[in-house]
Design a protein around this ligand. Sequence first.
Ligand code: FAD
Length: 467
Amino acid sequence: MSGQLRTVDVVEGFTGRLITPGDGDYDEARTIWNAMIDRRPSHIARCRTTDDVVAVLAWARAGDREVAVRGGGHSIPGHSMIDDGVVIDLSPMDSVEVDEDALVVRVAGGCLLGDVDAATQAHGLATPAGAISHTGAGGLILGGGLGWTMRKYGLTIDNLLSATVVLADGEVVTASEDEHPDLFWALRGGGGNFGVVTEFVLRLHPRGPVYLAATAFSIEDSAVVLRAMAAHMPTADDDLVWSAFFRKLPDFPWAPPDRVGEPVLLAPLAWLGDHDEGAREIDRILQDLGVDPLASARGPIEYVDLQRLNDELNGHGHWNYHKSGFLRDLDDDTIASLVRCGARIASANSQLEVLSMGGLISRIDESSTAFAHRDELWPVNVCGIWRPEESAEDNLAWVRTTWSDLEDHLRAGSYMNFGGSDASGDEQRESYGETWTRLREVKTRYDPDNVFRHNANIPPLTSGAIR
Ligand SMILES: Cc1cc2nc3c(=O)[nH]c(=O)nc-3n(C[C@H](O)[C@H](O)[C@H](O)COP(=O)(O)OP(=O)(O)OC[C@H]3O[C@@H](n4cnc5c(N)ncnc54)[C@H](O)[C@@H]3O)c2cc1C
């Protein structure tokens, strides 16, 4: 830029940093988790305070600029990055305050899950959240929040007590059961459609180490494992966690070197209660299978280590193309399709996941939050993940073929946070299920002009506010 003058935008009342295309760190600032997303905003406003968010939002709106909101930048379709408009980047807002007497934690809007776990575990406490610690708390909470401890403590939203929200018109409100209860309902499952959340207040639970059995089974034995999971999980104790991931065997320290790279079924089993009881329960499950894992490792694991166990496998910088839904059932036909698709996985990082929900999630009144999938048991994710130098064509083809093979086994709708990379408007709508109409009413009240539209969008019903 030597010899040239740059016009510097001034945003009144903004104390953060405004990054524009001429800045040296512009490319780093516009990079998000999914390396496939390559968008060039006109401004990235790194906010430090709620007032910064208010200031930059007012400035963007006055200049008729589109806005996107960035928490941890893990939206798989890249909702937090836009071309041309203004990104309200909350990443500097990463404070976590624990009140161990009240058993609550205040989480700033730009925190990563690892920030929250580190601060809460320093007091032997935890709030349930996702399974990869570099995920943003903001986006994860607003969509629901699935993770290792969800069957015992509920979704993350089931532990949300209140939120501080900057609305589209710049007003700052608290949403809770007592204040703006309609907004509070919508924030718990409706994503970033209603405003910018600058602080979440969440309930905490005493949480010690977890008993974990990491297991890997050959593809030939994988159907047996899935059948046992299908038989066991619908009535299992809330302390039991069991999920299944088809992927090529990573070079885990416990993996036999000659099997690394082979498509396998990873089937981690964890127990959130007493460790001796967990060891007995998991022994019984594994013995009843009648087949042996090709490799396994087991024992207690610190909660923070569990939460970041798979961070590297899900690291930044890969290209990602995902499809997501819920299996109707985990019956023999579905299992046969899953095994077929798992066996032909294309890259070393891709995976086909089947999670187990149920437990406390299914016992919470469906109408209490905007999360529409409490009766689902089996979220399924087809995650095409590859390095930029690998063949996009092969990986896209694997995801698409897998998805069409599974189509007959899927229910309508998906978890909006795992939202497909190219979900159509109808698919996005289905991810909100029965809550759609009520969500649109709340959207109309709080964001009638659809300012917050770079998300799994819920369009307002009319252009006039009805608040
Ligand atoms: C590697 C990986 C692992 C994952 N694991 C899990 C998991 O275990 N459980 C699970 O439930 N989900 C999981 N997810 C999905 C995850 O919940 C979503 O991708 C979520 O949107 C990420 O939030 P973020 O803040 O990082 O994303 P961003 O890309 O920053 O934002 C996503 C959306 O949320 C909005 N948003 C973010 N923060 C705020 C805020 N403070 N106020 C208002 N709007 C906001 C954004 O505008 C955008 O629309 C995972 C995703 C990835 C990539």
